[in-house]
Design a protein around this ligand. Structure first.
Ligand SMILES: *[C@@H]1O[C@H](CO)[C@@H](O)[C@H](O)[C@H]1NC(C)=O
Ligand SMILES: *[C@@H]1O[C@H](CO)[C@@H](O)[C@H](O)[C@H]1NC(C)=O
Length: 365
């Protein structure tokens, strides 16, 4: 009896020590499309924090993406804000198909998300140079649309199982374009680049660095969309789609192959991976420059050694470093404690337990 009371009290105290939770923001500015805004602000918010905008899949919700992806736990660890927009459309897909979606300040969902980000920047004094974007499926399509429509707002993006910006066009709000989904919208890198550039005509400032993830066994958004999306951003950044600078097998871990085009574009293609592609939070953190060295370096070498970047032992620069367990060390609460390619401490400080999140990420919780 005494024992269970004590452990109950400890559990309650542990709960109190992390008061942060997913919170809806109702008045973030003009919002004709009715998209909903949720935000996660960690207890230990960094000053001048970064923002990660995390965009859900069809049928998803802000809460589902909050609980089902690692971004909020990573925010606890690194002190950034996560914005979880929520689709107002029936079916829960984002509008990535109307002409308005591809037009700045049009009142559509893409405009609503940009408004949410601007609200959070001024509300929390966030760092305009560290505004990031990530999304899965419909959220990845929105990631590509936002990168094209608001290239001045975002610095880096990570898109899991999406399509090129403009590919899902139906001239209706939140329509479904089967030609694109089935991988039959095929064109040149020049044409795809023009489609993206037309979403902010005349703009020639900096654009977000793009990381594109896709699985070869995706039967919802066919894998050909990986190739077409790579063409689009290769064209925008002036790379040649057919000639990546580097092809890295088992990177960041099997079954993925990483195609490095340069500082602004990386593709990560998973053999046998379906539409249910896992978010690799640690890899996104590296790409955004929240951990390790930002991938946007003039040399491609840092990208090549992503497994070593996840740790502080950056002296080891070979991509083929064998992970070694530092002896006798413990990982703090919220810290990473496991995952393929991870070479840090795998024992958590008491009373936290190393908890499996996905093949690339376990965390002390
Ligand atoms: C689907 O998108 C493609 C471009 O990806 C476009 O050519 C086609 O007209 C669209 N289909 C519909 C039904 O709008
Ligand atoms: C698309 O890219 C993947 C990864 O590079 C490659 O394996 C596949 O052959 C490409 N598909 C086409 C049709 O080019």
């Amino acid at each position: 009896m005494k024992f269970s009371l004590t452990s109950g009290l400890l559990a309650a105290l542990a709960g109190l020590s992390s008061a942060a939770s997913l919170t809806q923001v109702s008045n973030f500015g003009s919002n004709p499309s009715g998209a909903r805004m949720y935000i996660y602000v960690p207890d230990r918010l960094a000053s001048n924090p970064a923002i990660v905008t995390a965009v859900h899949y069809c049928t998803g919700t802000a809460n589902a993406f909050y609980t089902g992806t690692p971004y909020a736990r990573l925010a606890d660890q690194h002190g950034f804000i996560v914005i979880y927009p929520e689709s107002p459309n029936s079916g829960g897909c984002w509008d990535v198909s109307s002409q308005a979606a591809y037009t700045r300040n049009s009142g559509s969902n893409s405009h609503a998300i940009a408004t949410m980000v601007n609200w959070a920047i001024s509300q929390y004094g966030a760092d305009r140079d560290r505004i990031f974007l990530a999304g899965t499926s419909s959220g990845a399509m929105m990631t590509n649309v936002l990168a094209a429509t608001y290239p001045d707002l975002f610095k880096a993006a990570s898109a899991y199982a999406g399509v090129p910006a403009g590919c899902f066009s139906t001239n209706s709000v939140a329509g479904w374009n089967s030609t694109c989904a089935n991988g039959q919208s095929i064109t040149t890198q020049e044409h795809w680049a023009q489609v993206a550039k037309n979403m902010y005509p005349g703009y020639d400032g900096p654009r977000p660095r793009m990381m594109i993830y896709h699985g070869s066994a995706d039967s919802t958004i066919y894998p050909r969309n990986f190739n077409e999306t790579m063409k689009q951003w290769a064209g925008v950044f002036g790379y040649t789609y057919g000639s990546p600078q580097q092809t890295l097998n088992n990177n960041p871990a099997a079954p993925y192959t990483k195609y490095v085009y340069g500082a602004n574009l990386v593709g990560v293609y998973g053999t046998g991976v379906t539409h249910d592609i896992p978010v690799n939070g640690a890899h996104d953190m590296e790409w955004f420059g929240i951990t390790g060295q930002p991938a946007a370096s003039s040399s491609p070498a840092p990208v090549a050694s992503s497994t070593t970047l996840a740790t502080s032992t950056r002296a080891a620069t070979s991509a083929a470093v064998t992970p070694t367990q530092p002896s006798g060390c413990t990982a703090a609460r919220w810290a990473q404690c496991g995952g393929q390619g991870f070479s840090g401490c795998t024992v958590c400080a008491s009373p936290y337990k190393c908890t499996f999140s996905n093949n690339w990420y376990s965390q002390c919780l």
